[in-house]
Design a protein around this ligand. Structure first.
Ligand SMILES: C[S@@+](CC[C@H](N)C(=O)[O-])C[C@H]1O[C@@H](n2cnc3c(N)ncnc32)[C@H](O)[C@@H]1O
Length: 214
């Protein structure tokens, strides 16, 4: 079977719990924000009255931004991440797979900052598992490191000092490859994110797609 977790699910969970135990609510990636206009476009594409799944939600910082507009569920592998949620009323699910959610039960799925921590050979599996909970016509937003991101210019920073886990990045042709036959591309672009903590511009790639109707 393909190694979609690198090691095993429980190995990954221990690693991420360690990250949150060390950083608490102030994890390094929280210093760069997903742009409001992109989040707005995603929300607009989510059918009204349907729910959004924020998969690999961390402490739910994105879920909190979506909730005023669509009912939102935050899912993460790490119990420590979810317990760092600033809003305790956020609906949270501790899981290592989106397949635990009922097929076609969400109008939108967002997965921001997960795939670059998983091996590229497993990405197609992950995209497919994130598509299954989507209704037809529902919208998927995936964001991850781009190969020109500052973290990848320096070889050493590709390996997390906390977890010792390698990180990967999305190279030019990969973004299109993430779009399976079930999905229709809406946007697939590079983003320059301001990182307030590290005072660097970060370079990310995102894919915004819609689940095809038959
Ligand atoms: C870089 S953080 C991004 C968190 C959040 N999306 C954000 O932007 O603040 C990656 C998150 O993925 C979670 N994660 C790692 N592997 C996972 C898996 N197999 N299933 C669900 N979550 C996972 C980690 O616990 C961590 O919270």
């Amino acid at each position: 079977m393909m190694d979609q977790y690198i090691g095993s699910e429980s190995f990954q969970r221990d690693k991420w719990n360690l990250v949150y135990a060390i950083h608490g609510r102030r994890t390094p990636w929280m210093q760069s924000e997903i742009p409001t206009d992109l989040l707005d476009r995603f929300i607009t594409l989510v059918p009204p009255a349907s729910r959004v799944l924020d998969y690999a939600a961390g402490n739910g910082r994105l879920a909190n931004r979506i909730r005023p507009f669509r009912s939102t569920v935050a899912a993460d592998l790490s119990f420590f991440a979810l317990s760092a949620a600033t809003d305790q009323s956020l609906l949270k699910v501790c899981t290592g797979t989106a397949l635990c959610f009922r097929p076609k039960s969400f109008g939108g799925v967002i997965c921001w900052g997960l795939l670059h921590h998983l091996r590229p050979e497993s990405w197609a599996w992950w995209v497919s598992s994130l598509t299954i909970p989507l209704v037809q016509g529902g919208c998927l937003l995936i964001g991850m490191f781009d190969c020109s991101d500052i973290q990848f210019v320096n070889e050493e920073s590709r390996r997390s000092p906390t977890t010792k886990m390698d990180t990967y990045c999305l190279r030019d042709n990969h973004a299109e490859m993430l779009i399976s036959d079930d999905l229709e591309k809406i946007e697939c672009e590079t983003l320059i994110l301001r990182d307030s903590g590290r005072e660097n511009a970060r370079t990310w790639r995102y894919v915004l797609a819609r689940r095809r109707t038959p």
